[in-house]
Design a binder for this molecule. Structure first.
Ligand SMILES: [Zn+2]
Length: 139
């Protein structure tokens, strides 16, 4: 099987990937308004600052499912289909949305509002990718 593509951290994402390698979710936070931003852009989407300096800070990784899709077509090598992508609204901030794989698999029963928590896929050699799992006990 072909290996999955691996993330290539740059200056704007290094803090995210180094935290993920330690099984923590850190997100970029605007130096002007303290809002989190995914991904950090040249303009802060919340305060409109054109020169925000972002620092990566830890978040809980908890959120709720807003939407999801099941991927049946392998567009990139190394991804076994089918798999589920969830659109999660994180607990830290209204409208803070993050998309990731759902590690519970394509058979998971989903509905809007179900709680999830970040988990990590280990690609080996110290590379971990944030993903999500349904919170234990969710019904
Ligand atoms: Zn801002």
């Amino acid at each position: 099987m072909t290996a999955r593509p691996r993330p290539v951290p740059d200056a704007a994402s290094a803090g995210y990937w180094s935290a993920a390698a330690a099984r923590e979710l850190h997100l970029a936070r605007c130096s002007v308004c303290a809002a989190y931003s995914i991904p950090p852009g040249l303009v802060c989407p919340l305060c409109g600052s054109t020169a925000p300096e972002y620092t990566f800070q830890p978040v809980s990784g908890e959120g709720v499912v807003r939407s999801w899709t099941t991927v049946h077509q392998a567009f990139l090598p190394g991804f076994d289909v089918p798999y589920v992508l969830v659109d999660v609204e994180l607990a830290e901030q209204d409208g803070l949305r993050m998309i990731g794989r759902l590690l519970d698999g394509p058979g998971a029963e989903l509905r809007i509002g179900l709680p999830v928590k970040v988990d990590f896929e280990d690609l080996g050699e110290g590379v971990l990718v944030p993903a999500f799992r349904l919170t234990a006990g969710a019904a």
